[in-house]
Write a new protein. Structure first.
Length: 153
């Protein structure tokens, strides 16, 4: 092929797979959880008057696009979007039912998303250490101090 000819185009399509195979359903669930957490934080900031109109429009457009992408990936991997809401038994559901949660309002059976949203809104500090070893030898030491909040530090 002469150097002046452009390379041929290649269109890659993801392989379809069953919803029970691979990490796709788990990763989509995590992405949806984070998307809904970000949406809740946008709503909280809007309610508090901390977003101007341009910021609100940009955030809303980004959240819509991310939701569309999650739905599209669900189609590709043959995952029902409703299956992204995992029932965690006594702990409750991972995500609230559609229209069942508005940031700042309390519910009788909060989902994990609601609890995480409240933690982000008020902030939490987690501190700990882990020592891993074998044969009475400490081989790995890890110290953790995590500040989790939606407020600027």
């Amino acid at each position: 092929m002469p150097l002046s000819d452009p390379p041929p185009s290649v269109l890659l399509e993801p392989q379809r797979s069953s919803k029970d195979s691979g990490l796709a359903p788990l990763l989509l669930t995590v992405v949806e959880l984070v998307r809904q957490l970000m949406e809740a934080q946008v709503i909280r900031r809007m309610e508090a008057g901390r977003l101007n109109d341009a910021d609100l429009d940009r955030a809303a457009a980004s959240l819509r696009k991310l939701e569309e992408q999650v739905v599209h990936l669900c189609e590709i991997f043959e995952v029902d979007p409703a299956d992204l809401n995992i029932d965690l038994g006594e702990i409750g559901n991972l995500l609230p039912k559609a229209g069942g949660y508005y940031p700042g309002e309390t519910s009788t059976n909060p989902s994990i998303l609601e609890l995480l949203d409240r933690l982000l809104n008020t902030g939490v500090v987690v501190e700990g250490s882990v020592d891993l070893g074998l044969a009475q030898l400490n081989l790995i030491q890890a110290k953790l101090k995590l500040v989790l909040t939606s407020q600027p530090l």
